[in-house]
Ligand binder design. Structure first.
Ligand SMILES: [Zn+2]
Length: 252
C-alpha cells in the first residue's frame, strides 16, 4: 500500500519532476532575459536545487521501492510475434525489464517455434505509482508473466496451474532464460507450482543448482532461492529485477 505520509520513493519522484520543471523555467528565463549573466542563472539554478533537493540521477529510471515508488522515463513493452501484452496501459518498465522480457520471449520462440507467444500481464503504469490490485508494480521493476500450458494454445488470461496443465519443460526453459540474463532479483511463484516443476526437473538438474534457484522444498516462508512462494501466484509468475545500475534513487 502507498503510505499516507508519502514516503521517500514518492517524494523523490516529485522532486525529480519539480527539478525538470525548474530546469525548464530557468531555460525560459535565460531565453527571455538573454542579458542575464551566467552567474545569475547559475545562482538561480543552485537555489532551485537546494529548494527542491534535485536528485539529478533520478530523472530517469526506477525510483523508490517496488511498493512505494515510481518510474521516470520508462520503456513501453509492446506485443509482437513472440510476446502478447494483455493490458496496453500497464506495460511500462525500466528499459532493462522491457529488454529482458523481449529477449526471453524471442529466445523461447527460437527454442519452441510451435509455442504460443509469451503472455505478459501487468508491468507498471506509465510513470509508475500505485497500480491496483498490486502492492508492488510501482517502479517499473515488476512483471507478471503467464506459465506455459500443455495445450499449447494462446490464452489471453492467466490459467490456474495443476499437474498436467503446466508445461514444465517450456516453463523451466523460460525460467533459465530469464535467470541467465542476470537482472532477476526474485521470481514469485506458488510453492505448489514450484513443486510441480522441481519434481520433474530434479531428475536431471544438479541438487546444488535446484537449491540455488528454488525455495521448494524448504518451507513457504524460507528466505532462500530466487523463486519464492507468494499467495496468488498459482496462475502466473511475478518477475522482479534488481535496481538497474545508475538508478541511484532505486531501492532494492
Ligand atoms: Zn505481480
Amino acid at each position: 500500500m502507498l503510505s499516507p505520509d508519502h514516503s521517500l520513493g514518492v517524494r523523490d519522484c516529485q522532486h525529480a519532476r519539480y527539478s525538470f520543471l525548474g530546469f525548464l523555467a530557468l531555460f525560459l528565463v535565460r531565453c527571455l532575459m538573454p542579458r542575464a549573466s551566467v552567474f545569475a542563472v547559475a545562482m538561480l539554478l543552485l537555489l532551485a536545487a537546494c529548494a527542491g533537493r534535485i536528485p539529478m540521477g533520478a530523472r530517469n529510471g526506477s525510483v523508490g521501492k517496488t511498493n512505494d515508488g515510481c518510474l521516470i522515463g520508462g520503456a513501453r513493452l509492446e506485443s509482437n510475434d513472440d510476446l502478447l501484452v494483455l493490458n496496453a496501459d500497464n506495460c511500462w518498465g525500466t528499459p532493462e525489464l522491457v529488454e529482458l522480457l523481449q529477449a526471453a520471449a524471442h529466445e523461447m520462440r527460437a527454442a519452441y517455434p510451435e509455442a504460443p507467444p509469451l503472455v505478459v500481464g501487468d508491468l507498471s503504469r506509465e510513470g509508475g505509482g500505485r497500480l491496483s490490485p498490486h502492492e508492488s508494480h510501482q517502479s517499473g521493476r515488476d512483471a507478471d508473466v503467464a506459465l506455459y500450458a500443455t495445450d499449447n494454445k494462446t490464452h489471453k488470461r492467466f490459467l490456474d496451474m495443476t499437474r498436467g496443465a503446466l508445461d514444465v519443460p517450456k516453463t523451466w526453459s523460460l525460467i533459465q532464460t530469464l535467470l541467465e540474463k542476470g537482472h532477476v532479483q526474485y521470481i514469485l511463484m506458488d510453492w505448489e507450482v514450484q513443486k510441480l516443476i522441481y519434481d520433474e526437473i530434479s531428475l536431471f538438474v544438479p541438487e546444488q543448482e535446484l537449491s540455488r534457484i528454488f525455495q521448494y522444498p524448504r518451507p513457504r516462508g524460507a528466505r532462500a532461492g530466487v523463486i519464492r512462494h507468494a499467495a496468488g501466484h498459482r496462475d502466473h509468475m511475478h518477475i522482479r529485477i534488481r535496481c538497474p545500475a545508475g538508478d541511484v534513487y532505486c531501492t532494492d
